[in-house]
Design a protein around this ligand. Structure first.
Ligand SMILES: [Mn+2]
Length: 358
């Protein structure tokens, strides 16, 4: 288990690399060029600049999250080849600064979706919340609420410029069924995976969040069967997963430890966090501790441990603690993610110790 931390970059994150250095066990930074929109060229100088900042503090640059996939690729428009060429160019450039895993997603229009960013928990902290009944047929309302709640912070997948054209985006996806979206993903993978094999970069698709279709848009990475189908469609170790327990855990039917045991050799990046799912299907993000939510995090770590998992891990989101929500990106405060790192490493170390004393 190789512990990492998502950092939004110099001048774009109130948490600095010097802060992150003080969290025990963090080896690598999960990074990106966050000002790049999907389909834009990534210049080598910019890539090198961020990679140098990260390595100068002793961290690895091995994981990039994300290189976003242009909507034309997801929709399957004739212009997709041009955008796939640009994607390939970025893969090649990233391989020159030690990148080994690229996290991406194939969700139409919206990346992750929540209905509230700062829902108060019984202990007085607050966290991202999803209320099923609040998802109406009016996505514009939700977009406005989320963007307003985020204040000045930019959020990946929630680019105001792109979402300003929401009606056009929905119209463009009108004929994209689950089957069509899957075929478009396969087309994309068939073109990029040979390059990934050549430059030794593993692709790690992030599951849909939440793990069901919303606003009538198709969602194709949300369960054991949909993941199996995706992996088999392009059967290379370079076609793999970001296994996010928070996203897949929104559907109680997903048996997460069993899925880890089945897919572990194709899981290149693990997002580990907890959600509490209510009987009506609403869910809220909670602390990493297993008993605080619906995901048995200790059992998740155990499933990785028993398979000798050596891939990259990060604590994904956290609650906002001690008033930090005024000063951090939703879900990306310092304190709860740091507590999460310690919980995950605590479980891991105890499993390691038990192995040694056997
Ligand atoms: Mn995740």
């Amino acid at each position: 288990m190789n512990m990492t931390w998502r950092w939004y970059g110099e001048g774009n994150d109130n948490i600095t690399l010097d802060h992150i250095r003080q969290i025990p066990g963090v080896m690598g930074i999960v990074w990106s060029l966050h000002d790049k929109v999907a389909g834009e060229v990534w210049e080598m100088e910019r890539i090198q600049e961020v990679a140098d900042q990260i390595t100068s503090k002793g961290f690895s640059t091995a994981v990039v999250e994300s290189v976003n996939v242009h909507d034309d690729i997801k929709i399957g428009l004739p212009t997709r080849d041009k955008y796939i060429d640009i994607y390939i160019d970025t893969i090649r450039k990233l391989s020159k600064v030690g990148v080994k895993v690229i996290c991406y997603n194939f969700m139409p229009v919206f990346d992750w979706t929540r209905t509230e960013l700062y829902k108060e928990l019984p202990d007085g902290s607050n966290a991202l919340f999803y209320e099923k009944a609040a998802i109406t047929n009016h996505p514009r309302e939700m977009v406005d609420r989320i963007l307003k709640g985020a204040g000045d912070f930019t959020m990946p997948g929630w680019e105001p410029e792109r979402l300003a054209k929401l009606d056009e985006l929905f119209a463009a996806y009108a004929d994209v069924t689950e089957e069509k979206l899957f075929e478009n993903l396969k087309y994309f993978l068939e073109r990029i995976i040979p390059v990934c094999e050549e430059v030794d970069i593993k692709m790690a698709i992030h599951p849909d969040d939440p793990a069901w279709p919303i606003f009538g848009l198709p969602r194709i990475i949300r369960s054991r069967d949909t993941i199996r189908r995706m992996l088999d469609a392009v059967d290379s170790p370079y076609n793999g997963l970001t296994f996010c327990t928070g996203s897949l855990g929104t559907n109680p039917e997903n048996d997460l430890p069993a899925m880890i045991r089945e897919f572990h050799d194709r899981i290149h990046f693990a997002h580990i966090r907890n959600v509490k799912v209510f009987d009506n299907g609403d869910f809220i993000e909670v602390s990493h501790r297993g008993r605080d939510g619906s995901v048995d995090i200790a059992e998740v770590v155990k499933a990785y441990h028993e398979n000798g998992f050596t891939g990259y891990v990060r604590p994904d989101h956290g609650r906002h603690l001690w008033g930090e929500e005024k000063n951090c990106r939703p879900g990306y405060g310092l304190y709860d993610r740091a507590l999460g790192v310690m919980y995950l490493l605590g479980v891991w170390d105890s499993l390691e110790n038990a192995k040694e004393t056997k």
